[in-house]
Design a protein around this ligand. Structure first.
Ligand code: ADP
Length: 391
């Protein structure tokens, strides 16, 4: 019977999972899927390694998070997932604070430490921890490992992590943490075999999905990133505003009497591509639309990405390579072309046909800065760490 790892990524309305076979070398994903639409429109889908659907289920009544995990565990133990023995669970946890700079094997004490970080990530941390607690109750002997979105950025110089706030706030942990670290760690792990020059030099990775950020890497280590204290900062995102003058928030609080929860909803859920276009948070929909507000939302997304790329190139003292990843970065030739056009001054020349064909290298041979598409794989990073902890 094969030993397998369960990898979980629990969000506010979804519980994504993968099963990896425990192997010498890299663990191998053989099933992935999840339940989304929690709690009111819950739907389960499971896909095999080739992406072929092997099962699905819809709920008519509301399904709460604990019920979702129970369903998932029963499904994993059932016939369709194959005969195997679950040997560990690996979890994506958004916030590791300043304390967790590496993946950690979970126990009662450090789960409590992670819970104490919930105020730093009010929309994510509690959801990430819920299945950890539930699994601890149900199968206390099962090793569980947490991997953090913030950990990859802890190599940054102190200045890159500081806000210019009174020192007592910096000392209290109000710093630039950065996110998407598991995605950047994956890119850093494959870059040496794709572009050895970039891997030993200066690279910016553009993780452009619903959430979007940039990471400047020197020798594959994070030296600066566009997200900061929360995943709100930096680029324009699907429904998040990205960088904003904090004076705007003070103004809205004073003039519209907005409470923190109302501001949170505007900044996280009503802004970004959705807010500017008034149509959709999805780049595909906006690119198809004839509405000038859709075009303006895309223009702003590109403009801000180019400006922040320039800022990170300055932090690196130049640029050797640019990597596109995540939903938009991997799939939108239009967005890639426009961002690259804005970086010609850095010596980046895009190869239009390579970009349209989405080959791995999308810059011309003569381009001083190389440009790449590298699909990210956060689950594999969690599975690697989980397997390594068991080894
Ligand atoms: P998340 O941050 O939720 O993990 P993803 O990395 O899956 O997001 O990215 C989702 C986004 O990718 C979608 O909202 C959409 O804007 C974009 N996207 C996906 N496929 C395409 C495509 N073919 N062309 C343009 N944009 C795409």
């Amino acid at each position: 019977m094969a030993d397998v790892l369960l990898i979980l990524n629990a969000g506010s309305s979804s519980l994504k999972f993968s099963l990896f076979a425990f192997k010498s070398g890299d663990p191998e994903q053989f099933i992935r899927g999840g339940i989304d639409g929690l709690p009111d429109r819950a739907r389960f889908v499971a896909l095999d390694a080739a992406g072929v659907e092997i099962d699905r289920h819809d709920w008519l009544a509301p399904l709460e998070r604990d019920g979702a995990l129970d369903f998932l565990l029963q499904w994993i133990a059932g016939e369709k997932a194959g005969r195997h023995r679950l040997v560990a669970a690996g979890h994506r946890v958004v916030h590791g604070g300043t304390q967790f700079t590496q993946p950690v094997r979970l126990n009662i004490a450090n789960v409590a430490d992670l819970e104490s970080l919930a105020p730093l990530a009010p929309l994510h941390q509690a959801h990430n921890i819920a299945p950890i607690r539930a699994l601890m109750r149900q199968s206390s002997a099962l090793p569980q490992i947490a991997c953090f979105d913030t950990a990859f950025h802890r190599t940054q110089p102190r200045l890159a992590q500081m806000f210019a706030l009174p020192r007592k706030y910096t000392d209290a942990g109000i710093i630039r943490y950065g996110f998407h670290g598991l995605s950047y760690e994956y890119i850093a792990s494959v870059l040496p075999s794709i572009d050895p020059g970039a891997a030993s030099g200066r690279t910016i990775v553009a993780h452009l999905g619903n959430g979007a950020s940039l990471c400047a890497m020197q020798q594959c280590r994070s030296v600066a990133t566009s997200m900061s204290f929360t995943p709100l900062d930096g680029l324009v995102m699907g429904t998040r505003c990205g960088s904003i003058d904090p004076g705007v928030l003070l103004h809205l609080m004073r003039t519209e009497n907005l409470q923190a929860s109302e501001l949170e909803d505007i900044l996280y859920h009503q802004s970004g591509l959705l807010g500017v276009s008034g149509i959709s948070s999805d780049v595909r929909t906006l690119l198809k639309s004839a509405d000038p507000h859709a075009a303006e939302a895309i223009d702003l997304f590109v403009y801000r990405a180019v400006r922040d790329l320039g800022s990170l190139a300055a932090a690196l003292g130049g640029l050797d390579a640019l990597v596109f990843t995540a939903g938009i970065g991997e799939n939108s030739a239009h967005i890639r072309a426009r961002i690259c056009a804005g970086l010609q001054w850095l010596g980046l020349v895009i190869d239009d046909s390579a970009n349209e064909a989405a080959t791995q290298r999308i810059s011309t041979i003569g381009s001083r800065v190389s440009a790449w598409i590298i699909p990210t794989n956060e689950e594999l990073i969690i599975a690697r760490h989980t397997q390594a902890m068991l080894d």
